[in-house]
Design a binder for this molecule. Structure first.
Ligand code: MRU
Length: 370
């Protein structure tokens, strides 16, 4: 991919989830745990810090996890480029978060690119590959945005007022290297003057909708309203949602979509109310080895994320409060699987496919899996 192509797809937003200058042997990311209150930059200059940033969700979102994982491998190779060190770093980074397949995809891509090289050549080649993954992600998301924009234009033609999009969690620029996936068509529509309004579901327990998606929409001037996760059904039943766009952490080859917990509920409500439901999915998010969603590993995070809420008080102090009896058992599944039958379409950088193996394989060309 040339520099010109990258520039053509550049996300005009004033913030970047991840930055790497070619001469640097570190990356800078936004520590997303501090948003929306503060923009805190976190420097990642070794593989252990990269792994911690992914595990503790300083950075998150499937494509960004993949890119940071790739840079993490490059950082490990800067330190020790032996086969043993490569295998150790690959498995340590891979173990940080289990559901987003982009992580394994990016780690494998960097490893496969450098494994045949002599040790002194490996680190530089890994940095180049990580840069390519990050740049391609921006172009992929822009292309997804263009394809999904056609869906919004179609709705706009039949509506008098703004196109009302519902999204869940954060599949925005903060979850990627630019544009976001589910948000890309929204940003493009807004930029071309189409009236849009976004229903942002808060996304318990970590509140990526409230703290990240709402922040991104505000940064770009896109009209939006925050609602509790449980409001989706009512809004759809009242005819106040025209389309649902969500991201994905892994899509099985039959079109089952694994995404943030609560996505399935939205798809059910959408189906019951005749609202189209699309998943915006970069190719690296399709797991051709997964025949259906049943085999996708679902991350279980600490119960503490459900039992407590962290926010800012009126004095600007970050405060953590308990919201349930301290001994209450809580089960924190981080993702769910929306069956393909509830998915109207899967938007990839190559176009829009029905959520079936045949349609996905036809769209993705040579990526047909058994
Ligand atoms: O737990 P998170 O915040 O990493 O979950 C993120 C999501 O579920 C996103 O929808 C998904 O990764 C797609 S991001 C383009």
């Amino acid at each position: 991919m040339t520099t010109d192509v990258r520039a053509a797809h550049a996300d005009p937003a004033p913030y970047r989830a991840l930055a790497h200058a070619p001469q640097d042997r570190h990356i800078d990311v936004i520590d997303q745990r501090a948003l929306p209150h503060e923009i805190v930059s976190l420097r990642i200059a070794d593989a252990e810090t990269a792994a911690r940033a992914i595990r503790d969700m300083a950075i998150r979102g499937a494509p960004l996890i993949g890119a940071v994982g790739a840079y993490g491998l490059a950082l490990a190779l800067d330190h020790d480029a032996s086969d043993a060190a490569l295998a150790r770093a690959h498995s340590a980074l891979d173990a940080t978060r289990p559901t987003a397949v982009n992580l394994r995809w990016a780690l494998d891509r960097v490893r496969d690119r450098i494994v045949g090289l002599a040790a002194p050549m490996r680190a530089a080649a890994a940095w180049t590959e990580a840069d390519a993954i990050a740049a391609e992600d921006v172009a992929i998301n822009h292309a997804i945005g263009k394809h999904a924009l056609a869906i919004l234009r179609d709705i706009a033609q039949h509506r008098g007022g703004p196109v009302r999009v519902m999204t869940h969690c954060n599949a925005g620029a903060l979850a990627t290297c630019g544009w976001g996936t589910a948000t890309a068509p929204i940003f493009l529509a807004h930029a071309e003057g189409m009236p849009v309004h976004v229903w942002v579901s808060e996304t318990r327990p970590r509140l990526q909708g409230a703290s990240l998606t709402a922040w991104e929409l505000a940064q770009r001037g896109v009209p939006h309203t925050l609602v509790v996760d449980g409001a989706a059904g009512l809004l759809m039943a009242r005819g106040e949602v025209d389309v649902v766009f969500v991201g994905a952490d892994r899509v099985a080859r039959n079109g089952d979509v694994c995404n943030k917990i609560g996505t399935y509920d939205k798809a059910l409500a959408a189906r019951d109310n005749g609202v189209p439901f699309y998943a915006a999915v970069p190719s690296p998010t399709i797991d051709w080895r997964a025949s259906d969603g049943a085999g996708i590993p679902i991350e279980v995070r600490a119960a503490d994320e459900i039992l407590t809420v962290t926010g800012r008080d009126e004095h600007g102090r970050t405060t953590r409060v308990t919201i349930a009896p301290p001994s209450t058992p809580a089960l924190n599944y981080a993702f769910d699987v929306t069956p393909a039958r509830l998915v109207t379409g899967i938007v990839t950088e190559r176009g829009v496919a029905q959520a079936t193996h045949a349609a996905l394989a036809a769209l993705q060309g040579d990526r047909t899996a058994p």
